[in-house]
Design a protein around this ligand. Structure first.
Ligand code: PHE
Ligand code: NA
Length: 456
């Protein structure tokens, strides 16, 4: 049977960008930048983008294109040429992807709930109590609550699963590509709309000033560099079998270098938009409440489900801006979720020789059941724990192992040659230097630092 293919180059790029752009761009990047020197963070961030993000993307696109398979198959084939058994590395990545898929969907489910509340801001004025006590029912230890499935959380999660399943079930062209072609333009329009309205509000520019005002004294701090590298790997979805799966559906004639540059640049550009959107809102909120902005900044779950709802209460036309914000969050999340599931589904398809439809139903069925653990009132605790482990340890070690194996055991010069042969413009020797020396070195330093912090 012939392997499925993307219908168009734009379709592939939109799908890859859909995977890259996710919750990380909207709630992780702005806070990371703010915490790590504001505008000055952009220097290590762009450095990491060029020395790690782009090379990694070119490498994964090359491997997917060349070996035409999901991660386990790609690594197994790579191993064969050197007499090593490497299939496990692919399954390790697929496993991490599956874990991410299971908790990522919980956040999308919450965003769907909040989308529905946002029309009338039914979260009230105490958004903190609303999210933690009323919605998640944290602290309610009665036997009917503790650890049992909460329908008001489970149903939106089921909706998210249904959309993901449909996209993956319908195939590369008819499902994933079609969904990306609708979702990505919609996402950009929504975010531009929000920014267009919000930056003119009083205080918004002060918020941006906070975000972008460079604090150059921090640039020599190792913590800032490690944050920049960590953010680049997370935001680009590399090292998780995902970009391998997507690029395995590229047609024979594809411009690898150009596709990789486009994917990385669009994602990082979108992160800046995300930063502008979030900090304009925070600046406005601080001004309205006559507080310093440092009192209102927050990150992650607290930002999206406590601070932003409180800010929406203060906005003009909240019944429009609120739904647009949460819909943007849902769309950014689902397009990433589709890519994570596709990484798992394509690996299962390759291994068990199952049809796409059967494989999709199998993976999504199991995923759905497993993810129900997050619909109980212990969900947030579990989520924080897994999220910490994934971001600080699993993600970096997966990237590091991949880099070491690929660049020291397999000839990296071959990867560069292959990519250049497929591309209109060639990348220079810097690619090899970044992948062989700089990348592993930076990853190893950051990983050791995180392990020490975890054990402390
Ligand atoms: N890149 C996505 C984001 O920024 C997150 C993600 C990570 C998606 C890993 C898939 C795999 O939110
Ligand atoms: Na991203």
């Amino acid at each position: 049977m012939q392997r499925e293919q993307w219908n168009s180059r734009t379709g592939f790029i939109l799908a890859a960008v859909g995977s890259a752009i996710g919750l990380g761009n909207i709630w992780r990047f702005p806070y990371m930048a703010y915490e790590n020197g504001g505008g000055a963070f952009l220097i290590p961030y762009l450095f990491a983008m060029v020395t790690a993000g782009i090379p990694f993307m070119i490498m994964e696109f090359t491997l997917g294109h060349k070996y035409r398979g999901a991660a386990p198959k790609v690594f197994a084939q790579l191993g064969q040429s050197t007499g090593l058994k490497l299939e496990w590395l692919g399954w390790f990545q697929v496993f991490i992807a599956a874990v991410i898929a299971i908790y990522y969907v919980a956040i999308i489910g919450w965003a769907i709930s909040f989308f529905s509340y946002s029309f009338s801001q039914s979260w009230g004025t105490d958004t903190n109590a609303f999210f933690f006590t009323e919605y998640l029912q944290l602290g309610d230890n009665s036997p009917t609550k503790l650890g049992s499935i909460q329908l008001h959380i489970a149903i939106p999660m089921a909706i998210a699963w249904a959309i993901t399943t449909l996209a993956v079930y319908s195939g590369v062209k008819g499902g994933i590509e079609r969904a990306s072609k609708i979702m990505m333009p919609l996402l950009f329009i929504m975010v531009l709309l929000l920014i267009g309205r919000i930056v003119f509000l009083p205080g918004a520019l002060d918020g941006l000033n906070y975000l972008f005002r460079p604090d150059f004294s921090m640039i020599l701090d190792a913590k800032v560099w490690s944050a920049a590298y960590g953010q680049i790997f997370f935001t680009l979805s590399v090292g998780f079998a995902i970009m391998l799966a997507y690029s395995s559906y590229l047609p024979e004639k594809s411009d690898i270098n150009n596709n990789a540059f486009m994917t990385v640049l669009i994602n990082c550009g979108f992160s800046i938009l995300g930063g502008i959107m979030i900090f304009a809102v925070l600046g406005y909120m601080a001004a309205e409440q006559a507080k310093p902005i440092t009192d209102v900044v927050s990150s992650g779950v607290g930002l999206a489900f406590v601070t932003i709802p409180a800010a929406i209460n203060l906005l003009p036309i909240p019944y429009i801006l609120g739904p647009v914000f949460f819909l943007a969050l849902v769309v950014a999340g689902i397009s990433s979720h589709i890519s994570i599931i596709e990484a798992v589904v394509s690996a299962v398809m390759d291994k068990l020789a199952l049809s796409r439809k059967k494989s999709a139903l199998l993976v999504c069925g199991f995923g759905f059941i497993a993810s129900m653990a997050f619909s109980s009132n212990g969900g947030l605790l579990l989520l924080d724990l897994i999220d910490y482990f994934i971001n600080n340890i699993a993600l970096l070690s997966s990237c590091l192992i991949e880099l070491i194996i690929l660049t020291w055991l397999v000839k990296i010069a071959d990867i560069r040659q292959y990519a250049n042969r497929c591309s209109e413009f060639a990348v220079g020797k810097w690619l090899e230097i970044c992948l062989r020396f700089l990348g592993p070195l930076m990853l190893a330093i950051i990983l050791v630092k995180n392990l020490i912090n975890t054990l402390k």
